[in-house]
Design a protein around this ligand. Structure first.
Ligand SMILES: Cc1ncc(COP(=O)(O)O)c(C=O)c1O
Length: 436
């Protein structure tokens, strides 16, 4: 081949090009005041163009499950890409077929599970919605406030955060209060939130529903864990109205919560449909809908063709991710290291009055900033200030939640105990500098 195309790595030139040639829709959502260009990643670390190292507590929006450029995942994908980069699902290929079998084996026993691969989480959400509506013959869906399910038109329609909702999305979605145990409308309880599901079905639907979508732990919503009894209670109520329980495991899956491979297992609920993406490919674009076979089967009436669905290169990466999770005990690491980090965050809460709440499990953690611990008024300004200071400390976090008042920590699951020291000390210094 001739010389590779030149790439200008300078931050200023990259910012200028983005600014000129990206559409507003692609350039608006940026974390820091000043642009940041990453040049390299390895496991839980990132390096910017100046060579500064960061601990990545955001994992590229939770996509990096087992580590940046994990050598086993990269090798599996490169080997496949070299042989045959793509093969559409019209033709048969063993790699996605193996991966479907391997994913199905991770689901609760006693059901026959089938898999439909997509390229992204929102495409998978979209498909799950179509499946639920087709299978039940009902149109109305339920979703939770502060849920984030993606940018496609259908996924936006079940997203309960106004900043991500645009004009023209489809309707037939009734929203119910998220069971936020820190600041939820019914407080730290479960039953009133479940009652609201019944009330919403009675008042805002035809009375017969297609289903409910629930993130087992709300991610972008600010690490809102579904309390014990909520997921199973929600499934019971929705099934009584003819609907399905759809678990969105895009952020909470693949062992991230520590105790289980899938977040819904925490409550013993067996979903009808499970939506996967992000960590499934460790950075390779991939999503999947895993459904009970009977639900998958209703889709045989019409064609549903994703050009890049069941992409062999992404699926080769996905197979390697499952293998690494097993071999390198990443779920166990998420549990152990996450527990230590949680304690360190609670310790910070003792010393910094801006921290109103510390929560989460495994490596899905958050601290929420408030102006006053009694009134719990969200403090987006302090959150943004600490977030910027963390950059200087070599920490990449995420400003999350509907009020942008939550610092979310969802690192690659290989985070170590030494990293935890750096995270806790870096956060402490950032809080001190902001003087909270
Ligand atoms: C819980 C959840 N579901 C779905 C999606 C949509 O996934 P994607 O961005 O791959 O379309 C996201 C993305 O952030 C998510 O966090």
């Amino acid at each position: 081949m001739d010389k590779p195309l030149p790439t200008d790595w300078s931050t200023a030139a990259t910012a200028e090009r983005r600014n000129t040639f990206y559409a507003a829709s692609q350039k608006k959502f940026v974390p820091f005041k000043e642009p940041m260009v990453f040049r390299k990643g390895a496991m839980q670390y990132l390096w910017d163009v100046e060579g500064k190292r960061y601990i990545d507590l955001l994992a590229m929006n939770v996509c990096i499950s087992v580590g940046h450029s994990h050598p086993k995942v990269v090798k599996a994908a490169m080997d496949q890409a070299q042989d045959l980069t793509h093969c559409t699902t019209m033709f048969y290929h063993p790699v996605p077929a193996h991966f479907a079998e391997e994913l199905a084996a991770t689901m609760p026993k006693g059901q026959e599970w089938v898999v439909h691969f997509t390229n992204s989480g929102s495409e998978a959400i979209d498909l799950a919605m179509v499946m639920a509506r087709t299978f039940t013959g009902h149109l109305d869906l339920l979703a939770l406030r502060t849920a984030y399910h993606g940018p496609t038109s259908a996924a936006q329609s079940v997203t309960g955060i106004a900043a991500f909702r645009h004009p023209g999305m489809p309707g037939n979605v009734a929203f119910v209060a998220e069971p936020n145990q820190y600041r939820g409308v019914y407080g730290a309880t479960v039953d009133p939130y479940l009652d609201e599901i019944e009330q919403a079905i009675a008042a805002a639907t035809t009375g017969r529903v297609a289903g409910i979508l629930v993130e087992s732990v709300q991610g972008y919503g600010g690490i809102i864990e579904m309390p014990k009894g909520y997921m199973s209670g929600a499934a019971e109520r929705v099934r009584a109205a003819g609907g399905l329980y759809i678990a969105d495991e895009v952020q909470s899956g693949f062992g991230r919560t520590g105790d289980h491979m899938w977040g819904f297992e925490q409550d013993g609920v067996v979903p009808d449909i499970v939506v996967l993406a992000k960590g499934i490919g460790n950075g390779f674009p991939l999503g999947a809908v895993v459904a009970r076979k009977a639900i998958g089967d209703v889709m045989a009436e019409k064609f549903m063709f994703h050009t890049y669905g069941a992409h062999p290169t992404s699926c080769a990466a996905g197979r390697a991710v499952l293998q690494v999770i097993r071999e390198e005990r990443t779920q166990q690491n998420a549990k152990a290291v996450g527990a230590v980090l949680l304690e360190r965050l609670k310790d910070l809460q003792q010393r910094h009055k801006a921290i109103g709440d510390v929560r989460g499990r495994g490596l899905m953690l958050a601290i929420e900033m408030v102006k006053d611990r009694k009134s719990k008024e969200p403090d987006a300004e302090t959150t943004a200030a600490v977030f910027e200071k963390c950059r200087d400390q070599g920490l990449i976090l995420s400003k999350s939640g509907p009020n942008r008042s939550v610092l979310r920590m969802v690192p690659p699951m290989c985070l170590s105990l030494e990293d935890v020291d750096q995270v806790a000390e870096g956060l402490d210094r950032a809080f001190n500098e902001v003087a909270t």
